[in-house]
Design a binder for this molecule. Structure first.
Ligand code: UTP
Length: 288
């Protein structure tokens, strides 16, 4: 798979039930981490990794996710009138960040189905998938690290992180053979196994580089765990016919679709802000 990875699919059509009631009206992808919505960090990672077009998978009631990256003439007018030049520049840059197309997933039928919705927009080229609620703090960005692995190994690449045995039931888990530092050739993937069924403690997180051959497989993948069409099940089929690598990326990952994960991300990202780090440390000392 030598072609440049130009397109990035961001599934953001899930119901976000783990973050209710916050997500009753506001999509979880728009909940802020410090002062930016989660999905903006993800789009920034995509752009910094060479992605030229984002394909947003969206759902009814989630139009605001797409609007966040569009032009807001009224807001620009207000900022101009109020002579808030820096904010005006920031808002304009946001709408010029990347070309974005939105595809509607009519029902939340699972991550595999969400990716399948991007089929026409992706076409016949390898592409990236970045989950709309999975934040990775890494330099170089997680997806850029994976693009490099894909360039060297020439196959699909999935981001991995080690998890404690008590958490395997929350993730897709791989069995693989290590082929170089942090890189595994995947032989098996299991969706959310109990600890005694897990083939390793290497968990799949929300970044993938996939060949277009995944689409016909997804089309034939029946609903799996939770009655949803699971991307992990389709990847298991793909791994039988094409090389698929797992990559233990360098960086920190936060599940921003989870209340605790979102809190962790807020604290970690705020501590990196010079204007608030010291105040935050003092506040934490005071409240614990
Ligand atoms: P999650 O399982 O974290 O999303 O899917 P969810 O279903 O919204 O979560 P909960 O359990 O109800 O809180 C990971 C990513 O895949 C997207 C989600 O928006 C999220 O970014 N997704 C999931 C879809 O786009 N469509 C789906 O049918 C399911």
């Amino acid at each position: 798979m030598q072609t440049k990875i130009r397109k990035g699919v961001i599934p953001a059509a899930g119901a976000g039930t783990r973050f209710l009631p916050a997500t009753k009206v506001v999509p979880k992808e728009l909940l802020p981490i410090v002062d930016k919505p989660t999905i903006q960090y993800i789009v920034e990672e995509a752009v910094a990794s060479g992605i030229e077009q984002v394909i947003l998978i969206t759902a009814r009631g989630k139009g605001a996710v797409e609007d966040h990256f569009g032009v807001s003439a009224e807001l620009e007018e207000v900022l101009k009138r109020q002579k808030k030049g820096d904010l005006l520049r920031m808002v304009k840059e946001l709408s010029q960040m990347v070309t974005m197309v939105a595809v509607r997933q009519e029902e939340p039928r699972g991550l595999g189905h969400a990716v399948l919705c991007a089929r026409e927009a992706v076409g016949e080229e390898p592409f990236a998938v970045l989950l709309g609620d999975d934040l990775v703090d890494a330099e170089p960005p997680c997806l850029a690290q994976m693009v490099e692995v894909s360039r060297q190994k020439g196959g699909g690449v999935i981001a991995l992180q080690r998890v404690p045995a008590s958490e395997t039931h929350l993730y897709g888990i791989i069995r693989g053979e290590q082929v170089s530092e942090g890189v595994y050739r995947i032989t098996e993937l299991v969706e959310k196994p109990a600890p005694d069924q897990a083939p390793s403690n290497l968990a799949i997180i929300g970044r993938y580089i996939l060949p277009p051959e995944i689409f016909p497989i997804l089309e034939k993948t029946p609903p799996g765990k939770g009655g949803e069409i699971q991307l992990t099940d389709a990847l298991q089929t793909l791994a039988r016919t094409m090389p698929l690598y797992g990559y233990e990326f360098a960086g920190d990952r936060y599940d921003a679709g989870d209340k605790f994960g979102s809190l962790q991300a807020n604290i970690a990202f705020a501590l990196k802000r010079p204007e608030m780090a010291e105040r935050l440390k003092e506040f934490i000392k005071k409240v614990i």
